[in-house]
Every structure is written in structure tokens, then in C-alpha cells.
Design a protein. Structure first.
Length: 559
């Protein structure tokens, strides 16, 4: 450990401190992040990622990136590349330590041979259905396979022939010989290898047998010299199996430590369920801004700093819990409030004509980028003319009490421009307001009253002549249920998908936004934080995604 106290202090660091005190690993801290390349990383993986890389950093150690690519049917190079991009986006680097479980296929095969020779593994002929039946239940022990006591030489021969491709998928498996009556169901002769005639993204068609995760995981850690194997709590009951393999193979033993996974309200974290959402066409891809994937959050404009801050706030626990998604949004909003320049945009525009403003005249106002923090500096010039757009809900013909925006008989301030007062309206045949006519006070330039009179309403606007046409996309949660993971098994969770989770509106933006770049986030005054969509935008048709609204639900919930 370095001389400095680790930033993270929790039960994991307590264990590492004890190992360093006793010299178990010679003071080394070597972790690994082991994603499966069968989907995109989501916010739950970010917790593991921050722990694996962050704790190693705190102790002056190193972290490997190792893909668990033992199931070629579900894996794709697209996911491999996406995972690397996500890790770098969060600010971590694995250096030259990029590995794959497939790097060790030959070593794992030889380890399996060693266990067969020791009488600790056998080739089984039970079908997958029979294997499940023989396994027993949580309350009833399993029963031995008829092939459990098959001679060692016969199992060796069959296993070698399995590798040679003589058998069909599912025809044979290699199983560890442990204890079919064990109270831990993972110890009941688990399958180590299955036959799978499928093309692998790295090894091609070289292999037709593939190790199961429970066999490849611990041995890969051992081969790489990992000291601390950090896993989510679901693997706690698998640890005795990993230890059994290590002991029987007499190889280096890492220390596995389990922590509670990150669960969020209104969110599903299961890759299987997320894949179903994508395949059902309910979202446009794994990186749809509604998805909890890191790539989707990056597309939506979430700052990586905020993601890491959120993970630190959540902390490390030993028991499962569900975190309010509003807390994540709160942390993101706090960061954007500091970093996002302000701009004016009108999402539901209605035209306002200032009857006494000179036709053809254009004024340019110097408007600060951070009006709430003048010391930040930065400004841009915003045009103003006789015709402008305001938000439709900033005008009411028959307003309720305490409505302080534009209405008959009321004067309001146009932000950074002038005072205006209602004069008349024009409606279409359906009774919708299409034009609002007003007058302005030329002495109130900059939004300042020349005679000290005060107005209670200030509204934003966009100059009609210079407005940038843009599509804006407003997102809500995919699931209205607080815990969609608890939807009963007799119901399809897809039926609970929020069909109103995306709203598309055509907006008018101030001209400075025409120069915006992908990755920049702006606060649209009163409408929230927005970023230019790198996926769907074109020079001719910019598309803006709302990162978050300005409403801090978490702060309201925890007053």
C-alpha cells in the first residue's frame, strides 16, 4: 500500500490491509476486471469496474482487463471494443494487461486432464435435462450419474475425442467429481466442459469444447497471479467450488471477496432482459439513452466524473440493496450545474410579435454563459428582433392566480432583453394560439427597469430570424414500477415497458448552439440539460438529447 490512506475504506480494504500486514501476497495488490463480451457494460458493472481499478490504484497495484470469452454463441467483437471504450471513458487504463480466458484454453484443458487422472473428474453422458434432474434441489440431495465411476482411462479417451470433434453438441460433458449430497448445490459434480461447435471470435474453429465459467474463472485468476478477485455477492456460494479446483490442481490461490451488486430503481440490470428490450425494438440499440448501459449514459451526456462520484457515494456493502435512480440523477445534475454553459431554447414554440419594435432591426445582447457564477466568465452574443419565439406554456389567456408569466394585463421580462406587455393574440380555426402580439419598453434594455418598477415573471426566448431548427428528444424511465426486477414470473416484464418514455419535439434554438460539438452538454434555460446526439444528428438536422430535466426528484424526496 502507498503511504497515503486509500480513498476507499470498506470491508474490502480491511481485508487487503490484513493481507499486507501478514505478508500473504508480499504486499502486492493485483486485481482484474473480467467482463463477458456478450453485451454492453451497464451502471452495475461500473461499480465492479471502479472497485477493481480504483482499489488497485489506491494501493499502488495493477489491474488486468480479462474477457471471459468462454461462450462463443453470445460473444461479439462489438462488445469487446465497447467495453474498452467504456473503461477508458471512466478514466481507467489496463496498460498492456489485456487478456482473454481463451488465452488459457490449452492450459485449462491440461488442468482438466490432470483432474481426470486424479480421479476428480469424469466424462458424463447425461443429457442437460437429466443433469438438472439428477442435481437435486435446495432441500433434497442429488444422485450420482450412472457414469460417475467410469474408469479414468475411459474418461481420458472420451475427453480427448470430445476435443477432436467426434461428438455432437450436448452429447457428453466433463464433470468434476465432488459430492452429489453437498448442501451447496454448486458442489454437486458441476459441469466443467461442454461440447459447442461454434465459431469463436478469437480462436475461430480451433475448439469445439469450451470450459464453463465456474471452471475457467478461478484458474484464469491463478494463471495471472491475481491477488484479490473481487466478485458480486451472487458468486459467494461458488467460492467453495473455486477453492476446490485450486486445491486439487495445487496452483496459486487468489483471495475471492464478494460485495453487493448495484441495483437501481425503475431499472433492469439483467443482460438477458436488456437484450430482450433491444431485440423487441422497444429501444433503438444497447446505447439508446434510456438504457442503463455506460455507452448510453455517455451518449446522453452523463459526465464520467459523476458516475465515479455516484459509485463512491453508494459505497461497498455486503448485503443486497436497491439504490434510488434519482440519486444517480442528483449527482449527475450537481456536476452539470457547475460545468454546463447556459443557452436559450424553445421546445414548444409560439411566435411573439413586438408591434412597436422597428421592423428589420436586429440587436445583439452579450449574455453570460454562467449567470449564476459570474467568476467563471464566458459569454456569447444573442440576436434579438421584432419576432421571437417563447414557450407555449409561458402564455395563458386565462391564467390562474400566482401565474406570473405572460398573460392579458401582465408585463414580463424577456431574459437579458426587454420588458414586454401583452396586447393581443391570433388563433387558428381550432382555437390554438399561433401569434401573440405585445409591446416593449425600449428603456428597459438588458431587462433592467428604468424607473424601478418590478415584474415578477422572466421568460426566455429565441430570435425567430436566427433560430436554429432542431429535433429534441425527451426521455423518461423505461419502467414506471419502482422495482421491475420483481415483476411476477407469470407476467412478461416487457408488458410493463413505459411506452411514453420517449417524446420527440421540434425546437427553436439560439444560434450559438449551431456551433455545439458532440460531447458538450448545455443547460437549456428552464428545460434541462441537453447534448448533441452523435448517433442521429446530421449537419442538416441536429438532434438534441435531454440528459436530465432540472427537477431534482432526489432532493425533494430527502428534504
Amino acid at each position: 500500500m502507498t503511504d497515503e490512506t486509500p480513498r476507499r475504506t470498506n470491508f474490502i480494504t480491511d481485508i487487503i490491509d490484513e493481507h499486507n500486514r501478514t505478508g500473504r501476497f508480499g504486499g502486492r495488490v493485483h486485481t482484474r476486471f473480467p467482463p463477458e463480451p456478450n453485451g454492453y457494460l451497464h451502471i452495475g458493472h461500473a461499480k465492479a469496474l471502479v472497485l477493481d481499478f480504483g482499489i488497485a490504484e489506491d494501493y499502488g497495484g495493477i489491474t488486468n482487463l480479462r474477457y471471459d470469452d468462454t461462450n462463443p454463441v453470445k460473444e461479439d467483437v462489438e462488445y469487446v471494443d465497447a467495453i474498452k471504450e467504456d473503461i477508458r471513458w471512466l478514466g481507467f487504463d489496463w496498460g498492456d494487461r489485456e487478456y482473454y480466458a481463451s488465452d488459457y484454453f490449452e492450459q485449462l484443458y491440461e488442468m482438466a486432464i490432470k483432474l481426470i487422472k486424479k480421479g476428480k473428474a469424469y466424462v458424463d453422458e447425461l443429457s442437460p435435462e437429466e443433469t438438472r434432474e439428477y442435481r437435486g434441489t435446495l432441500t433434497e440431495p442429488g444422485k450420482n450419474s450412472p457414469w460417475r465411476d467410469r474408469p479414468i482411462e475411459e474418461s481420458l479417451d472420451l475427453f480427448q475425442r470430445m476435443r477432436a470433434g467426434e461428438f455432437k453438441d450436448g452429447e457428453l460433458t466433463l464433470r468434476a467429481k465432488i459430492d452429489m449430497a453437498s448442501p451447496n448445490i454448486n458442489m454437486r459434480d458441476p459441469v466443467m466442459y461442454r461440447i459447442l461447435h461454434a465459431h469463436h471470435h478469437r480462436t475461430g474453429d480451433e475448439w469445439c469444447i469450451y470450459p464453463m465459467y465456474d471452471f475457467a474463472h478461478g484458474q484464469s485468476d491463478s494463471i495471472e497471479g491475481i491477488t484479490h478477485s473481487l466478485c458480486s455477492l451472487e458468486y459467494e456460494n461458488h467460492r467453495p467450488l473455486y477453492d476446490w479446483f485450486i486445491e486439487e490442481l495445487e496452483i496459486f490461490a487468489p483471495q475471492q471477496i464478494e460485495f453487493a451488486r448495484l441495483n437501481l430503481t425503475h431499472t433492469v440490470m439483467s443482460k438477458r432482459k436488456l437484450r430482450r428490450i433491444v431485440e423487441a425494438g422497444l429501444v433503438d440499440s444497447w446505447i439508446d439513452p434510456r438504457m442503463p448501459t455506460l455507452a448510453a449514459m455517455r451518449r446522453r451526456g452523463y459526465p464520467p466524473k459523476a458516475i465515479r462520484e455516484f459509485i463512491d457515494i453508494v459505497g461497498v456493502a455486503k448485503s443486497e440493496n436497491v439504490i434510488e435512480v434519482e440519486l444517480l440523477e442528483h449527482v449527475v445534475r450537481d456536476e452539470l450545474n457547475i460545468t454546463a454553459p447556459r443557452r436559450m431554447a424553445v421546445l414548444e414554440p409560439v411566435k411573439v410579435i413586438i408591434d412597436n419594435y422597428p421592423e428589420g432591426q436586429v440587436e445583439w445582447f452579450e449574455v453570460p454563459d454562467f449567470p449564476h457564477d459570474p467568476e467563471r466568465g464566458g459569454s456569447r452574443k444573442v440576436p434579438f428582433s421584432r419576432e421571437i419565439y417563447i414557450e407555449a406554456d409561458d402564455f395563458m389567456e386565462n391564467p390562474p392566480s400566482k401565474y406570473f408569466r405572460l398573460s392579458p394585463g401582465r408585463e414580463v421580462r424577456l431574459m437579458n432583453a426587454y420588458y414586454i406587455q401583452y396586447k393581443d393574440i391570433v388563433k387558428d380555426d381550432d382555437g390554438n394560439v399561433v401569434e401573440i402580439h405585445v409591446t416593449y419598453d425600449p428603456e428597459s434594455r438588458g431587462g433592467q427597469s428604468p424607473d424601478g418598477r418590478k415584474v415578477r415573471g422572466t421568460i426566455h426566448w429565441v430570435c425567430a430570424k436566427h433560430a436554429v431548427e432542431a429535433e429534441t428528444r425527451l426521455y423518461e424511465q423505461m419502467f414506471l414500477e419502482k422495482d421491475p426486477e420483481d415483476i411476477p414470473d407469470d407476467q412478461d416484464f416487457l408488458d410493463h415497458f413505459n411506452k411514453d418514455s420517449l417524446k420527440v419535439v421540434q425546437a427553436k434554438l439560439e444560434p450559438a448552439l449551431a456551433d455545439a460539438k458532440v460531447g458538450e452538454v448545455y443547460q437549456f434555460v428552464r428545460d434541462g440539460y441537453f447534448t448533441l446526439d452523435h448517433v442521429t444528428s446530421t449537419p442538416e438536422k441536429p438532434v438534441w438529447i435531454r440528459t436530465l430535466s432540472l427537477v431534482d426528484s432526489w432532493a425533494k424526496m430527502h428534504k
